[in-house]
Design a protein around this ligand. Sequence first.
Ligand code: OOG
Ligand code: MG
Length: 261
Amino acid sequence: MSASSDVKGLARRLFEAQHERHPIPLLTNERAISQREAYDIQWALVEEHLARGGKVVGKKTGLTSKAKQVQMNTSEPLYAYLIDRTILNDGAQIKRADLIHPRVECEIAFFMGRQLHGPGVSGGQVLEATKHVLPALEVIDSRYDNFKFTLPDVVADQASAAYVVLGGKARSPKGLDLRLLGMVLEINGELAATGSGSAVLGHPADSVAWLVNKMAEMGAGGLEEGDLVMAGGLVEAFPVEPGDHLRAEFDHLGPVSLKCV
Ligand code: OOG
Ligand code: MG
């Protein structure tokens, strides 16, 4: 088998797992996968969505906080592409039956006012190129058995991306200290976690800068005007089941919520 048909075959496996809501064993159980190949498989997976009319509307970083790295037993961040039909409005209902074993994360989302390409991009340059920031919940859903993986596996699996729920007020980051911006997550009315922007690589803009520079390193371009960028979970991810209502309240940016049905 040629290397490129192997990449497509592995992407196809992940695509079918997404579609059939059926978890699969790790790709790395069969053979070692390099970082380069892992991003190639992810891109081939994205192409499966593009071939069905999906559009790339942004990017996400993941595993940028200590809480997430400890939870997933990894020590390096990653990036992935976001597809248009997965972006939902505040208060969205997500169907448990559409997913394998969903978990929810609290994040700060960036909306880019202009393009930004690495290498050498700083957090300050990210803030200058940002039109506004929004409070967000990300629904992740690993396509692997038991929500366990190694870094190349999760890179190939589009960083477990399932949905993004955008809420609150869109605000320019100018005049906001995103590092100290606090958030509180309530699940079914009970306090579940508190966090702040500093959790993601010290500052959410530094997390976005990491993504831009990593994309440059991988020869994958960077951020485009109008891109939505998720800066990574500030606290660990929480499993959700039907009936659950999650609401995060961010300083200055307001609330964002979703319901699992
Ligand atoms: C990988 C994706 C992590 C984040 O915000 O840290 C992520 C995973 O934990 O399944 O999206
Ligand atoms: Mg995330």
